[in-house]
Design a protein around this ligand. Structure first.
Ligand code: NCD
Length: 466
């Protein structure tokens, strides 16, 4: 099979079989890093990094050089035309006419999606705000796979900033797809966003349990928040959270994935809280717990204080290996997307992507995520908000760019009232109306003011909001 011309914007862009094929090509690259020089000769990779990076940018650039290709780079918003107010779409079109493949890191969530829509060449997301970082996930999965020969059925604990840690978001989805059990250990206040939990349960058929901290001796060590289990490995003890925690820990955790607090994305409130609060630290003492006897200690790096240097010499530590593997993983990815290598894809069951009705009326709410690319002033001149209707009760829209979910409070129908201004009515989104309006006619509003600004009047079903 041929992956030529494809994008990697979210981890969902690769099936399980494709990821496994990429790993076998990674093995081939690792076995002879200096022997791949002819593979991408004459090809140009554009490396656009509008946020700090060491590993991701340098490993991509090393990978392209080792494949015999060349690299052009823009790594500072201030030094590129973005500083003059150029849109992402225009930048994408221009770079797309110079290079053969684009690697982009950007602080706005959904930015890589926009680049992929406009560049006309393959685009790889090297991190878009707090959304996703799919190539880091490939390095993480490859490390787990090399060390454990499987991913299915493993227990992987994810630690730290699960709210803004984009590497954890892509990793959670990938682990769920491969049938791992995931244990969440968020730093207080930095729990996994609800839209990610929703996607896990609705699209991967998983179960999520919230577990109150038990009275066990481990409580201080392991501030457990939730367990995500896949249906492929049912837990008989799922109904007894405290006991199931004990069992999980007795059996041991296969990997502990540590992340730093993503302070650059904190709100003022979170900033203040983090200054006073304690962020959990992985050190020698913690790793003495029985549950971690054979645990792979992983981290996407950079680390700050959450992972003690004393752990570096421990044979369970994997983070430098993870980073080193970034080069062969990215060599394999570049060669596949540029079409200079083809591969046979092992047949594997991968959950089919969920099909949702699309919201596509002219009148549309704005994505409420302040970091979403679709609401930035340079982008609204050409980008239209676009949502998937993922649920009707409560009505939930998911932005196609940043994938945040939100619940608009009011609805109207384009069908019944379109040409009759005086009967344009809006209703509360939790009234029965939401189920009678067909998705293609749905109009949603976040506030009554928004509805009224578009000439809609309140119906009897506005839930006492007027
Ligand atoms: C991560 C990132 O940029 O999201 N770094 C990386 O690419 N290895 C993790 C981080 O910055 O904490």
């Amino acid at each position: 099979m041929n992956l030529a011309g494809r994008n990697l914007v979210t981890i969902d862009d690769l099936s399980n079989g494709e990821i496994m094929a990429l790993f076998s090509l990674t093995d081939e690259m690792s076995a002879d890093m200096k022997g791949q020089f002819g593979l991408c000769q004459g090809r140009v990779m554009a490396s656009l990094f509008f946020e700090p990076s060491t590993r991701t940018r340098l490993s991509f650039e090393t990978a392209m050089h080792r494949l015999g290709g060349s690299v052009i780079t823009a790594s500072d918003v201030g030094a590129s035309s973005l500083a003059k107010g150029e849109s992402i779409a225009d930048t994408a079109r221009i770079v797309g006419s110079y290079a053969d493949i684009i690697v982009i890191r950007h602080p706005w969530e959904g930015a890589a999606r926009v680049v992929a829509d406009y560049a006309g060449i393959p685009v790889i997301n090297a991190g878009d705000g707090g959304h996703q970082h799919p190539t880091q996930t490939l390095c993480d999965l490859y490390t787990i796979f090399k060390e454990r020969q499987t991913i299915k059925g493993l227990k992987i604990a994810i630690w730290g900033d699960l709210k803004y840690g984009r590497t954890t978001h892509s990793l959670i989805f990938a682990l769920a797809r491969f049938g791992a059990d995931i244990l969440f250990y968020p730093s207080p206040g930095l729990e996994v966003p609800q839209h990610i939990i929703d996607k896990l349960t609705t699209e991967y058929g998983g179960e999520v349990e919230r577990v109150a901290p038990s009275d066990s001796a481990d409580r201080d060590l392991l501030p457990m928040d939730a367990i995500y289990t896949t249906p492929s490995s049912p837990h008989q003890l799922a109904m007894m959270p405290d006991i199931s925690v004990q069992v999980e820990l007795q059996e041991g955790v296969d990997a502990l994935y540590v992340t730093r607090p993503q302070k650059e994305r904190f709100t003022a409130g979170e900033e203040a809280k983090s200054a006073g609060g304690k962020y959990p630290v992985v050190d020698k003492k913690l790793l003495r717990a029985k549950a971690f006897r054979k645990t792979l200690v992983m981290h996407p790096l950079p680390r700050v204080d959450e992972l003690a240097y004393e752990v570096d010499a421990d044979e369970r530590s994997m983070y430098f290996k993870q980073a080193a593997r970034g080069v062969p993983v990215r060599m394999a990815l570049l060669a596949l997307l540029l079409g200079t290598r083809e591969l046979s894809i092992p047949g594997m069951d991968s959950p089919a992507p969920m099909e949702y009705p699309v919201y596509h009326h002219e009148i549309s709410p704005r994505c409420p995520n302040p970091r979403c690319v679709s609401i930035q002033s340079t982008e609204t001149k050409y980008l239209k908000s676009e949502f998937k209707i993922v649920k009707t009760r409560p009505l939930t829209l998911r932005c196609v760019y940043c994938e945040h979910g939100f619940e608009p409070k009011f609805v109207a129908s384009a069908d019944w009232h379109e040409h009759k201004i005086d009967t344009r009515k809006y209703h509360s989104a939790d009234s029965h109306w939401v189920t009678t309006i067909r998705p293609e006619n749905l109009i949603a509003f976040n506030t009554e003011e928004e509805a009224q600004a578009h000439g809609f009047k309140p119906s009897h079903f506005t839930g006492g909001h007027h």
